[in-house]
Design a protein around this ligand. Sequence first.
Ligand SMILES: [Zn+2]
Length: 313
Amino acid sequence: MQLAGALIAAALAFAAPAQAQRLDDHTILVPGGITPGRQPDGNSILLEGPDGLVVFDTGRHKTHSDAILAATGDRRIVAIVNSHWHLDHVSGNLRLRPLFPGLRVYGTGAIDGALTGFLKTSAAQGRQALASGKLSPSIAEDVRADLLTIDRGNELRPDIQLGGVQTLKLAGRNFMLGVSLHAATAADLWLYDPASKRLLAGDLVTLPAPFLDTACPEGWADALATIDKLDFETLVPGHGPVMTHEDFRWWKNGFEDFLICSGGERPMETCAGGWLAAARHWLSEKEVADFAGYAYYYGELLRSGKLNKYCAA
Ligand SMILES: [Zn+2]
């Protein structure tokens, strides 16, 4: 998620960084979080194989990569898979890469477009915001760290660029990896683990709201229909708690209703309220109140038509 200015200031706690959680004998979740006054981290998942570890997404903050390293123990990370280029999912690559020589990074080529487009613009905005002196100390620290990450953008590029759907052997285990184009971002990579029937969805699924900042809404809806056909029992979203397949359908319906409502004439109160009612499935009453701003923000973004540019082929 690339937070817009209005949301950066929101002093909200949501799924604040938690301890690593073992999901099964071969899978560990390092939960991301949205901590008051900070930029977010996405969820990371460690997949254990006979040849080492695969890390799916690496977070933004040092505290998050610390948690990944703690969960790694004395095992070797042999592969990183990045779901997409947002900095809350790839920044940790810079930390992990030099620690594990031979580690290979798998991702899409979409980071190239981001480095000359969105990230370049947001770096300029970040420098301006720092110069204004108006940022809180914690956000200023995050912006400075993001600027250093963007400066090293070339090192974020994957060793192996993926597209389409394929089975890959990573760390001695077979996984299915697929790429959805023009969805939450220009290219979103998901990973399906047939052994555990678990889908790692990246930001194709996010809470407390769909993070539409760089999304093509219709393409995203198509991607949800595609992954719904996979035979998964549980799904790890890019942000938020692990879901069952039924939970995912609930999320998907909420997403589709939100798109339709925001694309129509009804008051934004109705659309945002509809999303929040769906999100009540996961969020407490307090969280729904705290995060109402996200639903309005993304609803207005959908309504503005500004996202259409992300649908261009
Ligand atoms: Zn994210």
